[in-house]
Design a binder for this molecule. Structure first.
Ligand code: SAM
Length: 377
């Protein structure tokens, strides 16, 4: 796919999509209406899930001022493609025309911003009485395009994991936990970074969870890092970087690209020392109010992953370290504690089977009053 608006431009478009129509129009003009139209059609097709099937051609027109950017979506038994039409005339089975600003707001805006006041749908078969005998394949294609514009938040996380093949659902049942914490963030402009793209040494495999996040968070710029180079999996709103999660130098380079993350998910090597190294570097960079997630913490008990089978609170293991954060959360209450780096930034800790969420906040509200006796009675 051609990336038509770069990452910074997409960030601007996503922010504008939460604002006024005039604000959206200004950003469209800055980025170039033709480039935005191309990015918008790519995003529309991504959300529409049109399957290959009987031959159908739908014309999409995105109106912006006096201009109209025309695209053809062509479904065949083997694939689904789109291309810009320019002035070329096509005999389409249906045509859908809508204002570009409204489409941008629908696809990149927050929940509730979707509207279809400027949409006009025309069918190509109305003068053919025989076409009224049965539902036509074009109906389903247009229905999917319209749903993508009107209901981009409809799909749930477990369904996405199954669709894209992420093991977060199935053997693990992480989606219900993720939804508990992520639902309120779903329609915000976000920077999401996941450690571990998947597929291990096979450069062609992986990327499932990046697809999941891209779809679950319609307004996010999604980043994945992996020790294996999988950068060819980068796509609109997704950037894949090669980095070793245990290397501070690599993580510094990653942060230069991502800027301040809102969410970090560690689903990488699952080696305790690596989890700790990533947390030491990435948690300070997380925005206040952000979430840091660690998956597959059972490895904390497995020596093959640098864990310990018979000692549960050694801070060199992932869960042993996370237990120290419970004390960090209460650092202002503990007499004589030597402050740990994260103490003043732990807002909350949530533990589930093999999964932990750490909320970042200013943890500096002060302890209990000094006159309450704290020593031995
Ligand atoms: C469990 S898979 C990730 C699965 C993916 N997050 C998903 O849910 O679809 C773990 C990935 O971490 C990568 N990995 C292993 N060691 C790493 C390291 N030191 N730094 C970065 N990535 C690493 C592996 O190459 C592998 O692709």
């Amino acid at each position: 796919m051609n990336i038509t608006v770069d990452r910074a431009g997409l960030g601007l478009l996503i922010s504008a999509a939460g604002g006024t129509v005039d604000g959206i129009a200004t950003v469209i003009s800055e980025l170039g209406a033709d480039a935005v139209a191309a990015a918008t059609v790519a995003e529309l097709l991504y959300h529409a899930d049109v399957p290959a099937g009987p031959d159908v051609t739908v014309e999409i027109g995105l109106r912006h001022g006096d201009d109209i950017f025309r695209y053809e979506v062509r479904v065949t038994p083997t694939d689904v493609r789109s291309q810009a039409l320019g002035d070329t005339e096509v005999k389409a089975d249906a045509a859908v025309v809508q204002d570009l600003t409204e489409v941008v707001r629908g696809l990149f805006g927050p929940r509730g911003a979707q509207s279809n006041a400027t949409r006009v749908t025309r069918w190509g078969h109305l003068e053919n009485p025989g076409a009224f005998d049965r539902p036509l394949p074009v109906y389903d294609v247009v229905r999917r395009l319209a749903d993508a514009l009107d209901r981009p938040y409809a799909i749930g996380l477990a369904e996405l994991c199954v669709r894209y093949g992420s093991d977060k659902w199935g053997h693990h049942t992480y989606p219900r936990r993720y939804e508990q914490h992520f639902d309120r963030l779903r329609d915000q402009p976000l920077t999401v970074l996941e450690i571990g793209v998947g597929g291990f040494g096979d450069q062609q495999r992986g990327g499932a969870s990046l697809d999941v996040w891209r779809r679950y968070f319609p307004r996010a710029l999604v980043y994945g890092l992996d020790i294996v180079d999988k950068s060819h999996m980068s796509d609109q709103r997704v950037t894949v970087l090669q980095a070793d999660q245990s290397s501070p130098a690599d993580l510094a380079r990653v942060l230069e690209v991502t800027g301040t993350p809102d969410i970090v998910i560690d689903d990488g090597s699952h080696v305790s020392a690596h989890l700790l190294a990533s947390f030491a570097h990435l948690f300070p960079a997380l925005r206040d109010g952000g979430l840091y997630v660690m998956e597959d913490l059972q490895t904390s008990y497995w020596p093959t992953f640098g864990g310990l089978a018979h000692t549960y609170d050694d801070p060199a293991t992932s869960l042993g370290f996370l237990k120290t954060l419970v004390d960090g959360l209460h650092h202002e209450e503990i007499v004589g504690r030597t402050a740990a780096p994260a103490d003043a930034h732990i807002g909350g800790l949530h533990f589930y089977h093999n999964l932990a969420f750490i909320e970042k906040e200013h943890n500096l509200d002060g302890g209990a009053p000094s006159w309450i006796p704290r020593g031995a009675r």
